[in-house]
Design a protein around this ligand. Sequence first.
Ligand SMILES: Nc1nc2c(c(=O)[nH]1)N[C@H]1C(S)=C(S)[C@@H](COP(=O)(O)OP(=O)(O)OC[C@H]3O[C@@H](n4cnc5c(=O)[nH]c(N)nc54)[C@H](O)[C@@H]3O)O[C@H]1N2
Ligand SMILES: Nc1nc2c(c(=O)[nH]1)N[C@H]1C(S)=C(S)[C@@H](COP(=O)(O)OP(=O)(O)OC[C@H]3O[C@@H](n4cnc5c(=O)[nH]c(N)nc54)[C@H](O)[C@@H]3O)O[C@H]1N2
Ligand code: SF4
Ligand SMILES: [Mo]
Length: 726
Amino acid sequence: MLEERISEIDAEAAAKSVSEAVTRLGACPHDCPDTCSMIYTVENGRLIDVRGNPDHPMTRGALCGKLKDFDRHHYNPDRILYPMRRTGPKGSGQFERIGWDEALAEIHRRFTGIIETHGAEAILPYNYLGNEGVVQGLTVGDAFFNRLGATVAEKTFCGSGSCTAWLLTVGPTNGTDPMSFAQSKLIVIWGCNSVSTNIHHWHVVKEAQRHGARVIVIDPYRSRTAAQADWHLMPKPGTDGALAMAMIHVIIEEGLTDDDYIARHTVGFEPLKERAQAFTPEYAAEICGIPADDIRQLAREYATTRNAALRPGVAVERSAGGAQALRAIFSLPALTGSWKDPGGGVYQMPLWEFPVHWDRVCRPDLIPEGTRVLNVLKLGEVLTGEAGIEPGIHALMVYNANPVSNSTETAKIKRGLAREDLFTVVSEHFVTDTARYADILLPATMAAEHDDMMFSWGHFFFTLNQKAIEPPGETVANAELFRRLAKTFGFTEPQFSMSETELMEWYLDWESPKLGGIGMDHFRQHGWYRLNIGDPDTRTPHAEGNFPTPSGKCEFYSEAAVTSGNFVAPPFRQMYEQFQGGEALDPLPGYVPANERPETNPAQAERYPLNIVSPKSHGFLNSQYANEAHKVRAQGEQTILINPADAQSREIGEGALVRVFNDRGAFHGQARVTEEVPPGLVIASLGYWHSLNRDGAVNVISASTYGGMGHSPTFSDNLVQVGLAQ
Ligand SMILES: Nc1nc2c(c(=O)[nH]1)N[C@H]1C(S)=C(S)[C@@H](COP(=O)(O)OP(=O)(O)OC[C@H]3O[C@@H](n4cnc5c(=O)[nH]c(N)nc54)[C@H](O)[C@@H]3O)O[C@H]1N2
Ligand SMILES: Nc1nc2c(c(=O)[nH]1)N[C@H]1C(S)=C(S)[C@@H](COP(=O)(O)OP(=O)(O)OC[C@H]3O[C@@H](n4cnc5c(=O)[nH]c(N)nc54)[C@H](O)[C@@H]3O)O[C@H]1N2
Ligand code: SF4
Ligand SMILES: [Mo]
């Protein structure tokens, strides 16, 4: 009796607390292909729970480990809550609180002075995808900086080489729906660590595997994903071009092509065949280190299994030959006709599918004619004056980005940021390695504290993020930051006074058939909308060709590669245009040797004999969360994975503190001696903060060289030496 009453009381209490709790629909703000739909629960104005939206077909109610206590992240006591001014030396991280009025007045005074003395191009905005929203993300400051006349930043950290390769081969198409992989019978995951970086797609892959699909992973080391594959092939980093060209060779040589598809829907088969002739499996085996018979088997399995899908990750582009390798990979499904099958083809970045008026978001019309463009991968050269540009950069504003952790040659960036005559503004959640150098530090909101609309580069859902709680302290959303800046500078374009909701209404292309006639109400009710582009179980966008290339066909041979030359696709060069007119490119896919490999650069390899690959860490999101003790505990400290042979010759034992270095810099980590990496390669994951780590972090050793196309980075194309730390 008593027990019954107690359980009644419990039920009443539970009902009461539920009635007091309010839920809002959220969207993960991170630069992650999954773009999860979330549910925020708020009680008495406090965010008490964040979970995955079970109604969402990709998210399926589950968030990744990084976000599972996202509510707690919002209440991290280290958050920047007020505008601040630097009081100590640059890099010291010493600041004092100031008011917003003071901060804005200071920015106005310094920017105006610089514009008068050096011109507005002496101001550089530096931003990336710390927040990925249509309203608060990559492009949030473009309209303001374009109006100001600042240098235009080209942002090619991620996916730019693959996008150029994709546009040249198949055009601005979205390719295969990641959900269609449920129909696949063979899945080749190429340079992607889905278990960590695309977990909700990995669920689809596992489902296909349970239904008999074979999962092949191509990765230079035994990643978490490779460990779960049915077959793991280990090319040397940056040699994928040779492997893919050899697959093409075998497919053609052994008559495994779909001749009808090739005849009707492709151009350039004959020159491709000729190019592929040299790439015998034996020849490719020498380059990429995969046995010739394995290459043959891979090609045969791929070409003879119906519903064979390719999932190249962003990592493939990160070497001199990465984009050329991707063009070879993107050519494969047209050779075998796999575009005809649901769950065939290639899953790339389907950004193009999202009906957004990017010209309204970025306002390229406001850019003064002839304004220069600088690439963010060159930040070190630009800030130290090495780049020799005129005018030099006298003011830098960083938002949604942490270049000291994530960019290249970061020791040089730090030297540049330490310049006394450089005025640096950083908008941030935390005092990151970059924020430590700010003259003015501005406090930014987190996802539950502002409204946004997310697109995705890993599925076809738009997802609404509703503000659930009031911003703490004096934090402001990025959109509000730029409203305030625009007002301070006297800019009167209506966009600069529009609210987040008004911006969403204005930015989305509601007339597009892809939005199926819905309006904002749909989002407020459901939180997400799957673009109206067909059922993933049956969808075959290129069964009948329909490639949006100049020829309307899949272009093995691209005339435009020669005539228009290299280019950076949107969204990396604002969202409005393709920058054309770079150097002429090879019209055909092929193998381009890496800049820094022992075979291709023996002089450098004499001093720095090991390649290094620096993939994403499982527990951090780029550099985010790497300042939270419980997240670092879960991820573990910076490790250097090294093969026993390489460890032995250097007298490095398991757990030893080692130093990784080249001419560009040095960092430290703990050795993990393991057969998971082949001899000649070391692995150090991205994300650790210099200020919290032993000394430096992986990008001190990264070259700022461009990869082959689209000004992609070369994070997988670096030589280092490893030794015991002193
Ligand atoms: N060695 C190596 N380097 C790499 C890579 C690699 O694989 N290896 N990967 C590259 C790739 S693919 C990428 S995408 C880049 C990522 O580079 P970044 O985009 O710089 O990465 P994040 O660490 O995700 O985010 C940067 C900062 O944005 C801040 N931020 C988040 N939300 C907001 C907001 O709403 N407002 C403001 N003002 N700030 C916010 C975060 O606190 C964080 O400090 O790194 C690249 N660097
Ligand atoms: N947990 C977690 N998830 C993330 C992120 C994160 O930081 N943490 N970041 C997000 C972002 S911004 C991005 S861009 C994506 C990236 O996601 P992914 O595309 O998966 O990128 P990485 O994890 O950098 O690298 C994937 C794999 O490629 C391999 N690789 C490196 N170089 C080569 C090469 O030359 N050839 C081949 N074949 N393989 C190579 C690496 O060994 C690694 O195992 O992940 C997103 N998701
Ligand atoms: S980081 Fe990626 S997997 Fe994790 S919750 Fe966000 S979108 Fe989902
Ligand atoms: Mo990325």
